[in-house]
Design a protein around this ligand. Structure first.
Ligand code: DOR
Ligand code: ZN
Ligand code: ZN
Length: 426
């Protein structure tokens, strides 16, 4: 099977240039100007960007256990439609992905039925209880690329230190959900005037920042690299910036909702905007964007967190936390960051492709001869409003319904196979 992508602008993490791309037997075999060969299929990418397939270092596929929210089939369809070709799924499933049997189940099902590559993240601690380490070595053999108790922080610093040392021994990434749960108490949105006005309990920024500081210090003392998930506050960005200046091996991610929305999205008790960490203030949004621009924040992840309508159509303080993100991440990022001139296309590609791949050490996210043919074709020109009813995800919990964006994924190619054609799942 020979496929050629013609007339597009190939964007990699360090350049953008008009090139054709030849794909043979699941690999990219040539990237060049005016490639002239016969192929089984020619894809015309005129007017489009040809990107390395996007890599999501943080999502929730909800399988096993919460298939009414999402499963590996619907979740990977949604990922493919968003231009993702590899995704790393978090361990807060039921049962928790804290052992090799659950990891094997995820890997096997994704291999048989998935539309993109799935890289499972194993829990740090058994049952995500923060007390006893999970079997990291056995899970590594079964296929994990990282560990995380995402949804919770590991509260006990001694346990967290051991997690880091074991993770280093087994060469898996450490992904930290930073939240001091005691300090957060029963908060449901960002703490401030608005939470008071709305009569809702607030979550102070300190909840996140204290744990970011702790995990940076543990990393500094153990020399084990750590990755900070979903950074949402200005001081959080600054703590990471200062740590990097000292040479700490810390990387960080943010999500599109943290650079496009503020706590005001919660007005009217809009549960679609309820997420953890919570949406913050405009000065935080600005700091997150600056962090992306100066490289303090290394990557953009979705934190795709599907929830059933019944879990959102309730009082704000009872609603589930989370936003679905696969099908909006690239248009939101392009519109907010590239169309505004804040990032170049190669810089955006670094945050969505090679950056996440390097953190997970999965050797993806590049578009060059010899690499796996994971490719996304993105047309930057269409302007439209996001319509959650069109999502392939089983869940529609997004605050971006009706939000204006530019750009659409036309094709997604995974291992040389077209999984999305003209914006539709194949
Ligand atoms: O909003 C969130 N949703 N934050 C988390 O940490 C967990 C996630 C989920 O699993 O729904
Ligand atoms: Zn989290
Ligand atoms: Zn998450």
């Amino acid at each position: 099977m020979k496929l050629i992508i013609k007339n597009g602008i190939v964007v990699t993490h360090n350049k953008e240039v008009r090139r054709d791309v030849l794909v043979e037997n699941g690999l990219i075999t040539a990237v060049g100007a005016g490639l002239d060969t016969d192929a089984d299929e020619v894809v015309d990418a005129k007017g489009c960007y040809v990107l390395p397939g996007l890599v999501d270092a943080h999502c929730h596929l909800r399988d096993p256990g919460y298939e009414y929210k999402e499963d590996i089939v619907s979740g990977t369809k949604s990922a493919a439609l968003g231009g993702f070709t590899s995704v790393a799924c978090m361990a807060n499933t039921n049962p928790v992905a804290d052992n090799k049997a659950v990891i094997r189940y995820i890997v096997d099902k994704a291999t048989r039925e998935g539309y993109v590559n799935v890289f499972p993240i194993g829990a740090m601690t058994k049952g995500q209880s923060g007390e006893e380490l999970a079997e990291i070595g056995e899970m590594k053999e079964a296929g994990i690329v990282g560990v995380s108790d995402d949804g919770y922080s590991v509260k006990n610093s001694s346990v967290m230190r051991k997690v880091m040392l074991y993770a280093k021994m087994f060469d898996v990434a450490v992904l930290c959900h930073c939240e001091d749960l005691d300090l957060a108490e029963e908060g449901v949105m960002n703490e401030g005037c608005l939470s008071t006005e709305m009569g809702l309990r607030g979550i102070s920024k300190a909840c996140e920042e204290i744990m970011i500081a702790r995990d940076i210090i543990l990393s500094e003392r153990t020399q084990v690299p750590v990755h900070i998930c979903h950074v949402s506050t200005a001081l959080g960005v600054d703590l990471i910036r200062k740590a990097k200046e000292r040479g700490v091996k810390v990387t960080a991610e943010t999500c599109p909702h943290y650079f496009t929305l503020t706590e005001n999205a919660c007005e009217g008790y809009n549960t679609m905007a309820k997420v953890n960490p919570p949406l913050r203030k405009s000065e935080d949004v600005e700091a997150i964007i600056n962090g992306l621009c100066d490289g303090t924040i290394d990557i953009i992840a979705t934190d795709h967190a599907p929830h059933h309508a019944d879990e959102k159509n309730v009082e704000f303080d009872k609603a589930a936390n989370g936003i679905v993100g696969f099908e909006t991440a690239l248009p939101l990022s392009y519109t907010a960051l590239v169309a505004t001139g804040k990032l170049t296309m190669p810089e955006l590609v670094q945050t969505l492709c090679k950056g996440p791949s390097d953190i997970l050490r999965i050797n993806r996210g590049e578009l060059k001869a010899g690499s796996a043919a994971d490719i996304t074709i993105f047309d930057p020109s269409p302007s439209y409003r996001i319509d959650v009813e069109k999502f392939a995800s089983k869940s529609k919990n997004s605050p971006f319904h009706g939000y204006p964006v530019n750009g659409r994924v036309n094709f997604t190619i995974v291992g040389g196979k077209i999984t999305v054609r003209n914006g539709k799942i194949v």
